[in-house]
Design a protein around this ligand. Structure first.
Ligand code: PIT
Length: 446
């Protein structure tokens, strides 16, 4: 079916999506805000004209973009819901992200505080590392392609120039020079082939620089001049940027890709690790209308928000009143299992999820994420443990009140000893700074 026009003059796509205002322009197409007429849900629709695509020799690229987006479901990556096509156009129905581009925020307000930059940067690294783990290289990471949702979480968009590991030549390197000059690594401009992961990390360095400084590290009309400055590490280092941040930027903007910092090392740096600031005390007033547990539960079915705790759950959380064994078979809101972790946080569910995920990637990849969504994360060891079983850890996220989440971490497989040491040595230290209050973790009496 071709596009129609509704009575009010708005164009309707395939009888399903009512197109609204233009949100932005991606590679090869406009992105519109739209409404799914069946569900009423907001979406973003990217419209790509097939003839333009063919004229530019990019017909294959859109197929790649679609294939890639199906592979990268992550809280910090814009989700692809559906693909539609007519004779002349291709439509991608995407997750609607309402807060605009990070680029606009910086253009409007200038550089951000280091703790704000750290939060964005961690979410960026979590998304980028997730892609790299799946053999996907974005190749056009820049502030214009980083969107913000209403809670201020970052979402990577526009995989229109992305590559898959399988596209490397026999030298194991990618050879197509693409991206945006100011964000592109020098070896991409050099033309002798490049490692997609290392090139993406350079772009992350440029992004971090812009967040902290408010301007690009390299920006010249003459590409040769810019290339030379990149090679020499000639960029301004304003005194207001902390020494730790400067060091990290230096590691990312290393012109030599073989010595450039890797994700595994960068997540260990003091700047990256620094705890997020303590939030002001919570104002425990009546929940807003429409935020009643029932209303929230109903909405959680389609939007998959964290499950809402009821009064019994809340009572069972109070110290000394562990009622959970009475009504749940370990549904995750009683005391945590022996040596486990349960805590309350005021972070958004998506940042809890990215934190759990980056914990796994920071661990030298002997764990991998097997399931991930706004209600929790399940991760599993890549190899079998001491007893021959694979350690598996499941973290469930529950909403206690608007903007207060309970995270309950449980063993979902493997050896208890191994699980305990994972909790005490990896999980607890990594989550320390997002914990607002934590439950006791004494072993449950038999
Ligand atoms: C939004 C809001 C917005 C832009 C986008 C989505 C674009 C998303 C996008 C575009 C792509 C792609 C992946 C995501 O490959 O301002 O909700 O070309």
């Amino acid at each position: 079916m071709e596009d129609g026009v509704a009575a009010d003059g708005k164009s309707v796509l395939q009888g399903r999506y009512e197109l609204g205002r233009v949100l932005g322009h991606g590679n090869f197409g406009r992105v519109h805000a739209a409404r799914d007429l069946r569900t009423g849900r907001g979406v973003a629709v990217k419209v790509v004209a097939k003839d333009k695509l063919e004229r530019a020799g990019m017909a294959e690229q859109i197929k790649r973009e679609i294939a890639v987006m199906k592979m990268v479901s992550h809280p910090n990556i814009v989700e692809l819901h559906e693909v539609m096509a007519t004779r002349s156009k291709i439509y991608l129905a995407l997750e609607l992200v309402r807060g605009g581009e990070l680029f606009s925020r910086i253009a409007r307000e200038g550089r951000v505080r280091e703790d704000v930059a750290r939060r964005y940067f961690r979410q960026l690294v979590s998304a980028v590392d997730f892609c790299h783990g799946r053999g996907v290289f974005h190749r056009d990471l820049k502030l214009e392609n980083l969107l913000l949702d209403e809670a201020g979480n970052l979402k990577v968009a526009d995989f229109g120039l992305s590559a898959l590991a399988g596209h490397a030549r026999s030298d194991g390197l990618l050879h197509t020079a693409c991206g945006t000059p100011s964000y592109v690594a020098p070896e991409v401009l050099g033309g002798k082939g490049y490692d997609g992961a290392k090139a993406d990390l350079w772009s992350c360095g440029v992004i971090l620089y812009v967040l902290l400084v408010g301007s690009l590290p390299f920006h010249e009309d003459n590409l040769m001049v810019m290339y030379r400055k990149m090679q020499r590490g000639e960029f301004l280092r304003p005194p207001w940027v902390s020494a730790d941040a400067r060091k990290l930027i230096g590691g990312l903007l290393d012109p030599n890709p073989s010595t450039r910092i890797t994700v595994a090392r960068l997540v260990e740096t003091p700047w990256y690790q620094k705890p997020l600031p303590v939030l002001p005390p919570l104002n425990l007033k009546e929940p807003a209308p429409g935020a009643t547990p029932d209303a929230r539960r109903a909405s959680s079915d389609d939007k998959l928000e964290p499950e809402v705790l009821n009064a019994f759950h809340l009572i069972s959380l109070a110290e000394g009143f562990d009622l959970s064994p009475l009504f749940d078979q370990g549904r995750g809101v009683g005391r945590p299992s022996a040596g486990g972790v349960r805590f309350v946080t005021r972070e958004a569910a998506s940042s809890v999820v990215s934190r759990l995920e980056s914990l796994v990637t920071g661990r030298g990849a002997n764990m991998r994420v097997t399931k991930s969504g706004s209600r929790g994360v399940r991760m599993e060891a890549a190899s079998r443990g001491r007893t021959g079983a694979r350690l598996a850890v499941a973290a469930e996220i529950f909403s206690m009140a608007p903007s207060v989440l309970l995270v309950d971490v449980k063993k979902d497989g493997g050896d208890t000893m191994e699980y305990r040491s994972f909790c005490s040595e990896e999980l607890r230290p990594a989550l320390k700074d997002i914990v607002w209050a934590s439950g006791e973790d004494t072993p449950r009496a038999a």
